[in-house]
Ligand binder design. Structure first.
Ligand SMILES: [Zn+2]
Length: 374
């Protein structure tokens, strides 16, 4: 959408990937109200917004974000180039106690100002990231499939393609969960690193990753769903959507036709803090006790309660982790980063968790194999 104030001095736009506001009303006196609505209801309260604003000459405008079907979750971020983002919390001048409304006082000028719930990390950004990674000799990029609206679902494979041992990672089933994708990118980059540990890991394991599982939802600025209005992380029982089907088929094909042994499944998301959602601890999974050991070493390295664990969250059967644990019998973790966690801290946690994972997996694999003397 494009909107111009009556005096034609202030312009708002959402005609870019991920751009989303639902209605804009000029209240007069330099005040505007933006209505933010979900794609369907009821819905998880992940109220996404992203717009651009500029003015013919410098001025201050008040922009009230008004939510329907949800509330203010994502602290506003601003950017002048869409690349470098900063918090705009200090520009909030009024808040409705229930989170139904938040008013920002924005300094606008002829320089475009981007305003969004999170920094924009969209399909194009990820396609560029995949292309850059694929220049490494041990990274291969392909497509896992296509979305409802025919967008590519990128897939990268890192490490020894002939290895039998496979780790699978996934991100962005839920469009606004940008910090999950940022964490996944740092995690994958750690596996691609130049360290001895990463080199050994890549020799012994193949890592497959789907960086954006819901490209339509990301492009449309949805709160939760794919283009059919379905929460993909509730479709891992019926598999009615092309996105979930493609990923399931990939997992099944790896284990079946390709004869690979799957060790771990990670599904990156965002919530209010860092937490691993797992299936109940007593569930017997391969490799035995892996998640407990991994968490212990991660928290040992980063400090206690860096990463929490909740093994009773979303106990229903239609999430990716539930399906993978049940059908493939391996450790499956919904790996959550906080919405507002400092981005440098996200990098450190992602990197630390990747290193600890590599160490444990190499160790476990060495112990699985018959010793040379036998
Ligand atoms: Zn999520």
């Amino acid at each position: 959408m494009k909107f111009q104030s009556q005096d034609k001095a202030v312009s708002f736009e959402t005609d870019f990937a991920g751009g989303k506001i639902d209605q804009l009303v000029e209240l007069g006196g330099g005040d505007f109200e933006i209505l933010i609505r979900p794609e369907n209801e009821p819905i998880n309260d992940s109220a996404w917004y992203a717009f651009r604003v500029h003015a013919t000459n410098p001025r201050q405008i008040n922009v009230r974000l008004r939510y329907e079907g949800g509330s203010h979750r994502y602290a506003p971020k601003i950017s002048h180039d869409r690349v470098q983002w900063e918090s705009a919390e200090h520009l909030i001048v009024a808040r409705h106690p229930g989170g139904r409304e938040v008013t920002l006082r924005l300094p606008v000028s002829d320089q475009v100002l981007w305003v969004a719930g999170q920094e924009l990390v969209g399909n194009k950004d990820i396609a560029n990231w995949v292309d850059t990674l694929a220049q490494l000799p041990f990274v291969d990029s392909s497509l896992a499939g296509r979305s409802v609206q025919d967008r590519p679902i990128h897939r990268i494979a890192i490490g020894n393609p002939d290895s039998r041992e496979v780790i699978y990672a996934l991100s962005r089933q839920h469009p606004p969960e940008v910090t999950g994708t940022i964490g996944m990118m740092h995690f994958i980059e750690a596996l691609c690193g130049d360290t001895e540990l990463a080199k050994r890991y890549r020799e012994e394991f193949l890592t497959v990753a789907i960086p954006i599982a819901n490209p339509d939802g990301v492009a449309k600025g949805y709160w939760r769903s794919n283009a059919n209005g379905v929460d993909l992380n509730r479709d891992w029982l019926k598999f009615q959507e092309p996105e979930t089907r493609s990923i399931r088929d990939d997992l099944v094909h790896l284990r079946g036709d390709q004869g690979k042994r799957l060790w771990l499944f990670l599904d990156f998301h965002s919530t209010y803090n860092e937490v691993f959602y797992t299936v109940p601890k007593q569930t017997k999974l391969f490799p035995d006790g892996f998640t407990t050991e991994w968490l212990k070493s991660l928290n040992g390295r980063m400090g206690d309660s860096t990463m929490l664990r909740d093994d009773g969250h979303n106990a229903h059967r239609s999430t990716s982790k539930a399906w993978v644990a049940r059908e493939l019998g391996i450790h499956a973790v919904t790996y959550e980063f906080g919405d507002e966690t400092d981005r440098e801290r996200i990098r450190k946690i992602a990197f630390g968790s990747a290193e600890e994972m590599m160490k444990i997996l190499l160790d476990r694999k060495a112990n699985l194999e018959p010793t040379a003397s036998r």
